[in-house]
Ligand binder design. Sequence first.
Ligand SMILES: Cc1ncc(COP(=O)(O)O)c(C=O)c1O
Length: 339
Amino acid sequence: MIDLRSDTVTRPTAAMRKAMYAADVGDDVYGEDRVMNKLQDQVAGLLGKEAGLFIPSGTMSNQLAIRSQTQPGDEVICDYNAHIFNYEGGGPALLSGVQLHPLNGDHGILDPAEIRSAFRPTDHHYAQTRLIALENTHNRAGGVVYPLIMIEAVAKLARGQGILMHLDGARLMNAVIASGIDPAAYAEPFNSVSLCLSKGLGAPVGSVLVGDADLIEQAHRFRKLFGGGMRQVGSLAAAGLYALENNIERLADDHQRAKELAKTCLDLGVLENDLAWTQTNIVIMNFPKGDTAYLETKFRAEGLLVSVVNDHRIRLVTHLDFNDEQLVQTKQLLKKVLG
Ligand SMILES: Cc1ncc(COP(=O)(O)O)c(C=O)c1O
């Protein structure tokens, strides 16, 4: 089977497992896991922030960022297709008591003027706009890289109103590799950034939330409260450190392979947008007839696993466990099923 459902399906390589096996572990709830402390510091350093906190998942990391920076009754602005709005189980309402205010982005990119007009007046009728959450790269838009200039325009508006900024940077390193922009420059406009280690970077588990020391202290408290305090996590931290050292530059290969797949999809008339929108490791196919469930079973029968986004969109995601030989096979298979 060739599995292109997500970049989360990768398995730790032998070298990563060796690093995990060799990790010296301690009780992280006491702050005594040295490898974990090193990972948290390293990610904070990479993203130019004071402190970092390891979180079991990207979802929990986003939710902790929201919980730590809002009060019940506040409002959080995000894109209509944002992960926090679509795929996190209604967490903001349940865990933080906030309401999301989704706006219609263009391929996940929000218009600063629209954000400006979404700010609530300081009047007792309204929920108070407390946080803006952006996503880079944007998953549902198809791995689109959020232009830094657009982020900076939003941050300027937010700062002027005392509104905080969170980045769901589950795939931030894909944006870094695709754009050549420094990770810390991408993180700078944000109060908090969540980076996933378990997606393109190939670690089995974990995200790191970074921000200033006070914010991370708050998030640490809420991580405990949500039941996310973990004990001997050094082996997971070792996987994360290995991923940061070995699996960032190679994301360019995933992007190249996605581009190749996108070209085949374009030739077959099923690529959702033009090629320029396949910017990282995600390819979106579009089927106006709404037959994606049927196509998914056809692909599966031919040995390809894909992700059905909805009744007219199918997603392919390239990753560490997808090589050139499989790329050739996948292109043939797409032609066979869709040609
Ligand atoms: C953009 C984005 N944010 C957050 C997450 C959540 O990560 P996790 O699956 O680790 O909870 C995902 C997962 O695919 C994602 O694509």
